[in-house]
Design a protein around this ligand. Structure first.
Ligand code: VGL
Ligand code: ZN
Length: 219
């Protein structure tokens, strides 16, 4: 695949302990994404491309935690003052905890910027671009524009939440958006959500590839 590295950014989504096996909101085989992400990020950085990462970074008592709503369980869906249809999760990615750390095998050296999200107690943020009110910006779009980025290559966790919302917003914001299929894994709550997310992304014009295609370039 032909990549213009000066205009392409690799975005690593939420490659954190709590989304990996043993974590509070573990994604099946979540840690499988680390190896292709490391290969991609080192390749990008070596070729003059940029690599950024997001980190789910919640304060204690965050509104998305089922435990702060009496009688509610993870997987339940509620309306909050700022967001209708908020899915409730186990307590996860609490700021400063081990669960919020990047997976220990993730190579942080090629990463030049980290965007933390979900930091406001009253609103969740799946997308790397906008919080779940779909209005409040994280600053990522301005960062990409100021660097002249035209294409965003994405991998990480989870396919049906943060990767999905990030990819949809990325495409809508006018960037060519490519998901690396072997560098993403999904939560699957509710059932069928991964399949649905993938088909919606395809319909929206998000492209898919495998890491091998990006690593075996001759440019
Ligand atoms: C995520 C659920 C809650 C994700 C974050 O990174 O996909 N999912 N918070
Ligand atoms: Zn979260």
């Amino acid at each position: 695949m032909e990549i213009n590295y000066s205009k392409t950014l690799l975005l690593i989504i939420d490659a954190q302990n709590d989304f990996c096996p043993g974590g509070a909101l573990a994604v099946n085989d979540g840690d499988i994404v680390i190896k292709p992400l490391n290969e991609l990020s080192n390749n990008f950085a070596a070729k003059g491309g940029r690599v950024a990462a997001t980190q789910d970074w919640h304060p204690e008592g965050h509104i998305s935690f089922a435990s702060v709503h009496s009688g509610k369980n993870p997987g339940d869906i509620i309306d909050t003052p700022l967001v209708k249809g908020q899915v409730l999760w186990p307590c996860h990615c609490v700021q400063g905890t081990k669960g919020a750390d990047f997976h220990e095998a993730l190579d942080l050296n090629p990463i030049s910027a980290i965007f933390r999200k979900g930091c406001n107690k009253d609103i969740d943020s799946y997308s790397a671009f906008f919080e779940n009110d779909r209005k409040t910006k994280t600053g990522l779009e301005g960062y990409l524009r100021s660097l002249g980025i035209e294409t965003v290559v994405m991998g990480g966790l989870a396919t049906d939440y943060c990767v999905f919302y990030s990819a949809m917003d990325c495409k809508k914001s006018g960037f060519k958006t490519i998901i690396v299929g072997d560098a993403v894994r999904g939560v699957g709550i509710p059932e069928g959500s991964v399949k649905k997310a993938i088909s919606e992304m395809k319909t929206a014009g998000v492209n898919f590839c495998v890491s091998k295609e990006l690593l075996e370039t001759y440019d």
